[in-house]
Design a protein around this ligand. Sequence first.
Ligand SMILES: Nc1ncnc2c1ncn2[C@@H]1O[C@H](COP(=O)(O)OP(=O)(O)OP(=O)(O)O)[C@@H](O)[C@H]1O
Ligand SMILES: [Mg+2]
Length: 372
Amino acid sequence: MPETNLLLVDDLRENLVALEALVRGSGRRVFSARGGEEALSLMLEHPFALAIVDVQMPSMDGFELAELMRGTERTRHIPIVFVTAAGRELNYAFRGYETGAVDFLYKPLDPVAVRSKVDVFVDLYRQRQELLRMQEQLERAVKMRDDFLSMVSHELRNPLNALYLQAQLRQRMAAKGQPPDLAAFQKMVSRDEHQIRSMIRLLDDLLDISRARTGRLAMSPSEMDLALAARRAVEAVHDQARTAGVQISVEAPAAMGFVGDEFRLEQVVLNLLTNALRYGRGQPVAVRLRTEGREALLSVRDQGPGVPAAEQERIFQQFERGSTGGQVAGLGLGLFISRQIVEAHGGRLELRSDPGDGAEFTLRLPLPAAGA
Ligand SMILES: Nc1ncnc2c1ncn2[C@@H]1O[C@H](COP(=O)(O)OP(=O)(O)OP(=O)(O)O)[C@@H](O)[C@H]1O
Ligand SMILES: [Mg+2]
């Protein structure tokens, strides 16, 4: 919770000191001004929950200050408590300040009355700030959902369009009585398969996301080999890497025993490799598997633009994409799902990246105790 600012305006220093002692409190910052001009310039610099304004001041009286505050958007809504020595009937003399909340305190000041009045305004202010924050979060969530839906539709549309065109093509061939020869036929089928597989992957991701949100990402652990899982993942992106002209190096022991969900862990490495290919600007990618103490470390390092420090936590959240994501289609799910999977194995998924110097994602997995 950020600090709540209070503003005291009085031409007499001793009044300011006395008031300040009364309204001080934890989470509050008290500003003092010796006149209207100084008060206005402070109000343009800081947000205030409340201004306590002496009515009788020499160069600009409290009511004049209030009029000026009303004229500017930034200060219009700051509630004002006037401090006056005059009788209560004077309240009605001031009518120019209908928009903001206005209240009065009477001299000699009653410490209890001052404190409780200030407390009320501070509480109101904090509640309003809290509401504003919630509203912002909500708007952000709605926008994220909209972006997400349009992205999913887009990603489904591409393979479906391709399949549809293929179907039309075949229909035309059939109508003309010219079926494709065997080689062409095989090519068509494998293209279909590719489109269908990419839709299945997308739907699997979507299923994973709803399971991960409810903490039900099912793992089926068994004895497995991490080195083999890493090599399989590299194998799976082999064609994609070759097309993109990207070298993938693997540095791993012949085998590394582990107990975990082989398919899921391979999926994590695959996600990291896909990212490295997508965002790594065609530079070489290095996969490394080693042990460090009682942990297995499996890292995927690229030499692309890396991830700015400010985004390094956010990109692990669902639907979140970083500034590197711009040109490339993606749902912002890969890292979210990957982290859930690694954590389900009692491990961590970490990112180390100095902007401009690539990104290194590392799975840290606790190795089973020897003999266990
Ligand atoms: N190796 C990398 N280098 C630079 N940025 C990266 C790298 N890996 C991930 N990012 C950033 O993190 C974001 C989130 O990655 P994540 O894998 O979660 O989603 P995505 O790749 O956008 O979509 P998908 O759901 O298809 O994986 C990316 O959009 C990208 O901006
Ligand atoms: Mg990804």
